[in-house]
Design a protein around this ligand. Sequence first.
Ligand SMILES: [Zn+2]
Length: 261
Amino acid sequence: MNLITINWVLYLSVVLSMGSYAAAFTARWPIKNIYLWEKEAHALLLLPFNKQPPNKISVKRSHCFQCHHPLTWQDLIPLLSYLLLKGKCRYCKAAISYRYPSIEFLHLAFCLPLPWIFSDIYQLALHTLLISALLTATVIDLEYQLIPDECSIIALACALLINLSNNTLETSVLGMIVGYGLIYTLRWFYLTFKGQEGIGLGDAKIIAVLGAWLGLLGLPPLLLCASLSGILYTVLTNRSGAKYMAFGPFLIFSAMLVFYF
Ligand SMILES: [Zn+2]
């Protein structure tokens, strides 16, 4: 194997491992946080709370949700093990959820072009981590209409470091402030004049992150693309009467589009 092949194998392994961790995180983060919110609500109402705490995100070993058999390292690469095992658990043959290989496939699809764009390992690593954090936030937002602060903080740190090393920190900070300010103002107008939460604070934070990544000039195409795709989705799926809709995925995929094209 020559050096280029070794580098590619290494990079693909890192991306697949990150996709694997992201899939586990998207399954465990909501369970842990819903438990904590329930516990807090019971404490506020002075009610007894006897529910067992869920396992920590990074401590409990991954296992099959049907037979609870711990997974070996081969099973922890969902995309490969899913294909090799034809979508069934190695031990009990129960069907494996398609969300695990899907999250890993999304990681591959969005990270694979990066080594062609960045020969600098520092930029490559920061962009890979940033995209992984954004994809993780997308999945949780789609399923629970929540954007974890953990994802926003990691993505924001990567975005600022990327622009710091490119000497574009000024436009990055402006993009972050203007992006957050725009959504915060829109939210305030909705709350004041219509008495409803038009857009969540999680969306304001994610726009701040995307503004920090793409810079001030990246905000107009990002918001245009996200709004158009959101409207198109609402019309095509006939969801105009729906009370809640996750806007984070539209923002994040639009940011990827603006970044790559
Ligand atoms: Zn099983």
